[in-house]
Design a protein around this ligand. Structure first.
Ligand code: AMP
Length: 496
């Protein structure tokens, strides 16, 4: 099948050809004719399947007729994160190179004024995160009554981030006569309900759920202790020993950990940068650009920030933390081994991670091999108490290097064995009917909360370390929870 048969305009076909694409991907092949026939579409597909072009190409074709009026955008694309919104804007620019279309990107962390100026000039394509869109609407700067096509992208991620009430509100502000294109990687009941409410007799198109990683990714496990400094030691060893490492993304479960790990890697001489949800927009863009351009070798990232990012050549992925949700593992390791290239994904596993690891192996149907834990030649300094508590052998500065290495090796292989045994024990317990893994939290965020739209962020200078702007900031993994500040204060243990 070629693009010519899908009904796209000549201008769009020329841009597709210029991009070097010869064959539509399955989601494009299935969705584009329905979109051009003005049908609602429910697309079940993940990033990496070509789903962005599945809606941008027909939208561009349809936008060739008609003109935008001031403050009344013609189409609206909702994205869960700023990075995804920026990526969709790039795709529109790429495929719309022969078109005269006005675009505006409404995302948090950048000035309202520039966005306002664009809206007042008339916009064909408005790409927005839900919070910032509603902020503009509430200021009376935006009318949604002219929207002809609404795209809700990454709906399940919107659910994870607590955006569903915002999405429902936005859907109600747009005329019923619109065409709605709805994309989600998975269809939990909450998302199905949303689709049932806001789509009109949709064409359902589905590409196979990605429960397996690309065959080109070599997956490995490494046993570590649970403490952060131990994990940092192991990670440095892995990076130093990695074969053919060109660049790497290191995934952490928590924003706070991203900032700590990034600082530690830089301190140890690595060329690293960071990406997480509490960094301001300029810092996020700077980080991504330098990683994409190859100026930085290591990107330390959280899941939410890195979701769906299209970085074509990543040789290694390190899971500094085992992700809590097995689908996130697939997504993370899918950042490498893209487009038939080979890649390596190494996951650090502590005894506390055994349930999460079992869930990953169950989902992927793969028993991931263990590799030996690297010996940390530059183990971080520890307070005396922590040295004593583990017998003082491994990082005793006074010990001779060979002895240190030997003991360290013994200890590592014992720990590795311990982690393996723990996985096996929990797997047996699970099969014996022990309580299953804790359920993924559903959307519990209060309806008014829209994290990406905090105006306070705008005045702040670029801050790559990403110190939280919220006094009660919690980790991205726990975004749905509000904790009192005293629970977030670090605990001090009195020295003996
Ligand atoms: P997406 O799933 O939209 O994030 O797309 C993933 C990647 O596939 C992007 O780099 C696109 O530029 C690329 N892509 C989209 N359509 C095609 C196609 N028909 N052939 C080859 N690559 C494509």
């Amino acid at each position: 099948m070629s693009f010519d048969t899908l009904g796209l305009s000549d201008k769009v076909l020329a841009a597709v050809q210029a991009a070097g694409y010869t064959t539509p991907t399955p989601i494009q092949e299935q969705a584009i004719p329905h979109v051009l026939a003005r049908k609602d579409v429910l697309g079940i597909a993940q990033t990496g399947t070509g789903k962005t072009a599945a809606f941008t190409l027909p939208m561009l074709t349809m936008l060739e007729k008609g003109r935008a009026k001031a403050r009344m955008p013609r189409t609206l694309i909702l994205e869960p994160t700023r990075e995804l919104a920026a990526q969709v804007e790039e795709e529109f620019s790429k495929y719309g190179q022969h078109h005269k279309i006005n675009m505006a990107l409404l995302i948090g962390g950048v000035s309202f004024d520039d966005q306002d100026a664009k809206l007042s000039r008339g916009v064909d394509v408005l790409i927005a995160t839900p919070g910032r869109l509603l902020d503009h609407f509430e200021r009376g700067k935006l009318l949604l009554s002219g929207i002809e096509i609404l795209v809700i992208d990454e709906a399940d991620r919107m659910l994870d981030m607590g955006f569903i009430p915002d999405i429902e509100r936005i859907c109600r502000l747009i005329p019923m006569t619109r065409q709605t294109l709805f994309f989600s990687a998975t269809m939990p009941s909450e998302i199905q309900r949303l689709a049932d409410t806001f789509l009109h007799q949709p064409a359902r198109v589905e590409v196979a759920k990605q429960a397996t990683a690309a065959a080109t990714v070599t997956q490995q496990l490494v046993a570590t202790g649970s403490e952060s400094h131990e994990k940092r030691d192991v990670l440095r060893g892995l990076i130093r020993e990695a074969e053919g490492l060109k660049n790497a993304i290191v995934f952490c479960n928590r924003k706070r950990e991203v900032a700590v790990l990034w600082r530690s890697l830089v301190k140890h001489g690595f060329n690293a940068t960071a990406l997480h949800g509490d960094m301001d927009q300029r810092a996020r863009i700077a980080s991504l650009d330098s990683f994409r351009a190859g100026e930085t070798t290591i990107l330390v990232a959280s899941d939410v920030a890195a979701r769906g990012l299209d970085i074509p050549e990543v040789s290694h992925v390190f899971n500094y933390d085992v992700p809590h949700h097995a689908e996130d593992y697939i997504h993370r390791i899918g950042r490498t081994g893209r487009a038939g290239r080979s890649g390596t994904a190494v996951t650090l596993v502590s005894p506390a991670d055994t349930r999460s690891l079992a869930a990953i192996e169950k989902l992927t149907g793969v028993s991931i091999p263990w590799i030996s834990t690297p010996v940390a030649a530059d183990a971080e300094d520890r307070p005396a108490r922590s040295e004593r508590s583990r017998g003082g052998s491994r990082r005793s500065r006074g010990s001779s290097a060979p002895r240190g290495r030997q003991e360290s090796g013994r200890q590592e292989s014992g720990r590795q064995e311990g982690a393996r045994q723990e996985v096996a024990r929990q797997e047996v317990a699970r099969q014996d009917g022990e309580r299953p893994e804790r359920k993924r939290p559903e959307n519990k965020r209060p309806e008014t909360r829209r994290p990406e739209s905090r105006p306070a962020a705008e005045a702040k200078p670029a801050n790559i370390a990403g110190r939280s702007r919220r006094p009660h900031a919690v980790d991205e993994a726990d975004e749905n929870l509000f904790l009192p500040a005293f629970l977030l204060r670090p605990t001090r243990i009195k020295a003996e």
